[in-house]
Design a protein around this ligand. Structure first.
Ligand SMILES: Nc1ncnc2c1ncn2[C@@H]1O[C@H](COP(=O)(O)OP(=O)(O)OP(=O)(O)O)[C@@H](O)[C@H]1O
Ligand SMILES: [Mg+2]
Length: 227
């Protein structure tokens, strides 16, 4: 199985080499758990290696994403250069529905040989469709992505997430892979941790491990325990 390396330190090791090519993985987490940072680094690291990527932001403007990420990751110095050379594109579509976003992706993938796609967030797209039509639409959308020969990362907002009582949404069943991001409550602070909850067709780490958002990128501390 071919793998796409996320480029995020420690994460590829946990994924047994990377995300299986042409599959989709969701970053599932509460507010501020690092969903946007993970997704941005995935596109950035791909762009650096010459793999073009598109980041679809459904809520924040492209300018806001770039400005926030430049502050979060000051050592990603070539972001502007990669954007100017179209190795990475950050788009805020006028439309929020699955159909509209699919159209934008098809266009970009055909014209710019995009290999990596991010949708931040699926939760916003979900709000635009009825309950009954969402699951088949999402399934169709994900099949389309796979058919377009790109490996995607989406974000999904968890309104309630703790390790003991995860409530399952439709996406948990439809997605190829799910990475849970936690902001664990400790006595006098919160600790960031993640686990690979599901990844179809491959072995992967089942550990809950700590991670940090640092100026040079996210660091996942594989093999370390969360205290
Ligand atoms: N330079 C930095 N160093 C350490 N932590 C940072 C830095 N910049 C941002 N952060 C942390 O990252 C968090 C935001 O991460 P991010 O925007 O990726 O989360 P998110 O899950 O996308 O949030 P939301 O649900 O609001 O979209 C901030 O709340 C802050 O704690
Ligand atoms: Mg975000």
């Amino acid at each position: 199985m071919d793998r796409v390396k996320t480029g995020i330190e420690g994460l590829d090791e946990m994924l047994n080499g990377g995300i299986p090519k042409n599959r989709h993985v969701t970053l599932y987490g509460g507010p501020g758990t690092g969903k946007t940072s993970f997704a941005f680094e995935y596109i950035y690291k791909g762009a650096q290696q010459g793999e073009a990527g598109v980041y679809i932001s459904l809520e924040e403007t492209a300018e806001d994403i770039i400005s926030n990420m430049k502050t979060t990751f000051p050592m990603f110095e070539d972001v502007e250069k990669l954007i100017n050379s179209k190795k990475m594109e950050i788009i805020k579509p006028d439309t929020l529905g699955l159909d509209g976003v699919a159209g934008i992706l098809e266009d970009r993938i055909l014209s710019n040989k995009i290999k990596r796609v991010v949708i931040d967030s699926l939760t916003i797209m979900k709000m635009t469709s009825g309950v009954d039509e969402y699951r088949p639409m999402l399934f169709e959308f994900l099949s389309l992505l796979r058919g377009l020969d790109c490996t995607s990362m989406t974000t999904l907002e968890a309104s309630k997430i703790n390790k003991e009582t995860v409530e399952y949404d439709i996406e948990h069943f439809v997605m190829d892979g799910i990475i849970n991001l936690y902001n664990l409550d400790r006595k006098d602070k919160r600790i960031r941790a993640l686990e690979i909850f599901k990844l179809r067709g491959t072995n992967h780490s089942r550990d809950l491990v700590p991670f940090k958002v640092t100026p040079s990128g996210i660091k996942v501390y594989t093999g370390e325990k969360v205290f």
